[in-house]
Design a protein around this ligand. Structure first.
Ligand code: FMN
Length: 195
């Protein structure tokens, strides 16, 4: 069976993380259900200078699901249990707040809620700086509920040479969380790992 994943892009800065995940997961032959919030499209336009049409042309095999389509089967528990996981990248503090408090305003919030209740891996790749106490408390709530909180903070021990290396480190950590094999960054003392 084809590996499946739900990728959500919200209106935090760092649309490039969602875009890179689209590239990498497509190259790994994942079936991708993509949900982008209205603010997510706005930030994609602002930061990547790409329209929805251009994204669809670049990734013709993805299943783009409107974030208002609350009845879409992708948010059904019986379907989601067959998925590798749900990734929200980047994840805004607004979406974090909705997930932490169970207040569904769109399909992204609902898919995250279903992932938590069905124990399907949920990864929130957060971007904000600095964090308020509200943000921190919401992070704690979702972490206690089973989500992985992954800050968009690259490391430097792998000696990045350019922006792509920094992006790939964060994206690689996201894939690590879902136990998806990749070679996006060089691990610490990688040559000493047992083969
Ligand atoms: C250019 C731009 C950058 C933004 N960056 C962030 C950010 O880094 N983190 C964040 O939490 N919100 C950020 N926002 C605000 C969110 O887009 C806003 O809170 C929105 O309501 C989030 O909705 P969503 O979670 O449904 O996408 C940004 C907005 C714009 C226009």
């Amino acid at each position: 069976m084809q590996k499946r994943i739900v990728l959500c892009i919200t209106g935090a800065s760092g649309a490039i993380y969602g875009y890179r995940l689209l590239q990498v997961l497509t190259s790994m032959s994942f079936h991708i259900d993509l949900i982008v919030s209205s603010s997510g499209w706005l930030v994609i336009k602002e930061e990547l200078e790409k329209t929805k049409q251009q994204i669809l042309e670049e990734f013709p095999n993805i299943n783009l699901v409107p974030d208002k389509d609350i009845a879409n089967p992708v948010a059904s528990g019986s379907r989601l249990i067959h998925y590798t996981g749900v990734i929200v990248a980047p994840c805004s503090m607004s979406t974090l707040g909705h997930v932490a408090n169970g207040t569904n305003q769109n399909l992204i919030h609902r898919v995250c809620e279903v992932a938590l209740k069905e124990r399907v891996p949920l990864l929130l790749l957060l971007r904000e700086s600095p964090y308020s106490m509200v943000h921190l408390e919401n992070m704690l709530r979702v972490a206690k509920a089973g989500a992985v909180i992954l800050p968009a903070s690259p490391a430097f021990y792998h000696k990045p040479k350019n922006l792509q290396d920094l992006i790939d480190f964060v994206v690689g950590k996201a894939l690590d969380s879902l136990r998806i094999e990749h070679h996006l960054y060089k691990r610490w003392k990688e040559d000493t790992l047992p083969t």
